[in-house]
Design a protein around this ligand. Structure first.
Ligand code: ADP
Length: 355
């Protein structure tokens, strides 16, 4: 039977770098396999700094080595060799050049339905005949892959004229690129902050969107580095803020609005969407229960001089849609009408802003 190192090397030979199509052993990515005591340290050397597939390959390497060498009882460390800084390649033009409108969907705090609104709005715009893409930049909880049933998607790469591009997933005609394709929930912590923003920049400029009428960016909740880096990297034509009617949620919205309006950022706030505005039980279709208070976000929009884009009730199928990979606008006509009215207003506002 081959020794431990040999078995691990053979197992790693089955792992392919998605960009080059070559296995990581013969292409030299596996730099060293060191058996130390009852453990192994595997060092990988990628051809460049911040290879977008590095994390996913590291995970595969670890799993393959643990399986190939059960005598190590899982004691396998996968390290990445420091690369010397590569000479700067001429920068490729950003892939956002073919996008007509880029819209950031933000919220003051988490859990208000920002991602659900992004997904349903995207589906509505698609139904209106627009070409739509979503960039899931919510590094704290990327949920677009699940909402569109493409969780298993492994981002593929394409090289055009010597430049690397990332192919987005596609679900019912909507192109989806997500930070979630590059991290597992366990990695999430270390990705927060600077590393996440570096990866995001790559997603922003290298995703092969081709032509789009709308790119919706699902932002992380609150205000922070990701927001600043997105608006610093690409032209964002407008921001939409999602809130529930509660006063606490509404107070956080103000901070978000101020950020987009700040000097040096200057992203027009297209308006506020009030989500979970009321509840109507199926057996009492004419009753509206304002569980979180009535019209908090609507009132706030008025006092802040922001457009109110519309409200969306609490509906069971909205929640189920988020879990089933099919946004609720595709299955529920009440939700569909709410979103259609909101999308019409957004399109109208963008037209106005252009003039
Ligand atoms: P966020 O992106 O703001 O963190 P999510 O979009 O993940 O929020 O929504 C949080 C939860 O609320 C999800 O379980 C989602 O399905 C549910 N949800 C969002 N909007 C509605 C709604 N209008 N009716 C019912 N459930 C909703």
């Amino acid at each position: 039977m081959p020794n431990t190192e040999e078995r691990i090397r053979r197992a790693l030979g089955g792992i392919v770098h998605p960009e080059t199509g070559q296995d990581i052993v013969s292409s030299g990515i596996v730099d060293n396999i060191a058996i130390q005591g009852d453990g192994a340290v595997i060092t990988l050397a990628f051809n460049r700094k911040r290879d977008p597939f590095a994390n996913s390959i590291k995970r595969q390497v670890s799993a393959a080595a643990v399986e190939a060498a059960p005598e190590l009882s899982g004691n396998v460390v996968v390290a990445e060799k420091e690369m010397p800084a590569a000479p700067q390649k001429e920068k490729a033009p950003s892939t956002t050049v073919g996008i007509k409108h880029t819209i950031a969907v933000a919220s003051g705090k988490g859990g208000v339905g920002k991602s659900t609104v992004t997904a349903n709005l995207a589906a509505t715009l698609r139904d209106m005949g627009y070409k739509v893409g979503i960039l899931d930049a919510d590094i704290y909880g990327p949920s677009m892959p699940k909402m569109f049933g493409v969780e298993g998607y492994t981002p593929r790469a394409e090289i055009i004229d010597g430049q690397d591009y990332i192919l987005p997933a596609e679900a019912d005609g909507i192109k989806i690129s997500s930070i979630g394709f590059f991290i597992s929930p366990d990695d999430a912590l270390i990705w927060r902050g600077p590393m996440a923003t570096t990866a995001l920049k790559q997603l922003l400029h290298q995703t092969l969107w081709r032509e789009l009428d709308f790119l919706l960016i699902d932002m992380p909740p609150g205000t922070g580095d990701v927001h600043l880096s997105v608006v610093g990297e690409i032209k964002v034509n407008g921001a939409i803020i999602v809130s529930t009617p509660q006063q606490v949620a509404v107070a956080d919205v103000r901070r978000g609005v101020n950020m987009f309006r700040a000097e040096g950022i200057n992203v027009p706030v297209l308006g506020i969407i009030e989500n979970m505005a009321w509840f109507t039980p199926a057996e009492l279709p004419n009753n509206k229960y304002y569980i979180f208070g009535e019209g908090g976000a609507r009132n706030m929009a008025r006092t802040e001089g922001i457009d109110f884009l519309g409200d969306i009730p609490i509906i069971q199928s909205v929640m189920e849609g988020g879990d089933s990979g099919m946004p609720a606008v595709s299955t529920n006509s009440e939700v569909k009408n709410c979103y259609r009215a909101i999308a019409d207003r957004i399109v109208e506002k963008l037209e106005q802003n252009k003039q």
